[in-house]
Write a protein that binds this ligand. Sequence first.
Ligand SMILES: [Zn+2]
Ligand SMILES: [Zn+2]
Length: 453
Amino acid sequence: METSMIFSKLVSFVLILQLLNPIVVLSSSSSLSSSNGLTEIPKKFLDFAKRKEVVDWMVGIRRKIHENPELGYEEFETSKLIRLELDKLGIPYKYPVSVTGIVGFVGTGEPPFVAIRADMDALAIQETVDWEHKSKNPGKMHACGHDAHVSMVLGAAKILKQHLQELKGTVVLVFQPAEEGGGGAKKMLDAGVLDNIDAIFGLHVLHSAPIGTVASKPGPLLAGSGLFDAVISGKGGHAAIPQHSIDPILAASNVVVSLQHLVSREADPLDSQVVTVAKFQGGGAFNVIPDSVTIGGTFRAFSKASLIQLKKRIEEVIKGQAAVQRCSATVDFSNTKKPMLLFPPTVNDKDLHEHFLKVAGDMLGNDKVKDMKPVMGSEDFAFYQEAFPGYFFFIGMQDENSPKLSSVHTPNFTINEDILPYGAALHASLATTYLLEAESKLRPTGGNLHDEL
Ligand SMILES: [Zn+2]
Ligand SMILES: [Zn+2]
């Protein structure tokens, strides 16, 4: 997740309302459970994932990755470790995809194709947690839990490999680089190796929710985002003789105020949006009017249309408001750290939401599957969801008997490693039952539909 995400403040859970159409659920689950054991799979997979040897293996992988955190598009050792484990499991894969990415395949090799995704990158943070497996790379840390995400998808791969006979299609394992602002998901798509995916699932650890619970929602879950940098140029001079200068400090100040009108006066109050100016740099002396001021910030919205509208108006307001004060302005919506112009909102497919409710409910109990309010943070998983149906959810980590865990993107962030089997089993169950459901939808009507694949 991105830096600006503050889980503890923004995330709140309410008991889920049973929105499922009971008739549809009952009819589908009864026919499938009798023929495929669909409802037993999640619990069976969780039991397997909780075996001591499986847990120890996942914990070992997670700790190794944690000790050697690598930033976006530099995940070479992490990628190597994943490939070694895939080799040991006898799982074929494509590599390299988008520098360090890996795409593995478990199952029949035939359609349908359902993907599960892990992000591999760390953050430029100095770890302050003193423990045996502390980051050995100064200034770098797995402070967003992507080490756990990798371990969970590898855990899922192990479960799937052990239950190959239950796979009615192919599970695609997606290990992507550079989630933290690098748009690794977009690059994986651009590489053309995910063209036939029917659905994709992704998860994120959540420090503030109890272990054994999961949370998500249908439709928009996380905001789309963009960033801007602007240079407002005037004419420098002596601060005591302003009539001989064109003051960019005053112009930029008015720009900041005017930008606040975009959300408060132009956006639909029911369509949540954010425009924040987080950077304001100009001047270096109390008695000198500078030549220029640089400002920068982020904007967020839950639809692409709103994002595009904000982007257009941010540019117009900065240039127009600067001109009012006789300044000129340039506006840039990309930078080297974040080459993509706009990150789309994370929008969960409604059918996959129902699938998630059922699978997670079967594994954890329906009361452990929580509804979640949308959050203004963003995730590059959204790029996959633009290409095919996708579903993103959060998995709780807090043990009620332990001290409160720290938020992601903080130097004292820790993972409760007890969640690893949950994440692995959820990935494996969501994928396996998705394939079984897809098969059962085709099978009963006469057998000719297989030709459509
Ligand atoms: Zn993050
Ligand atoms: Zn993250």
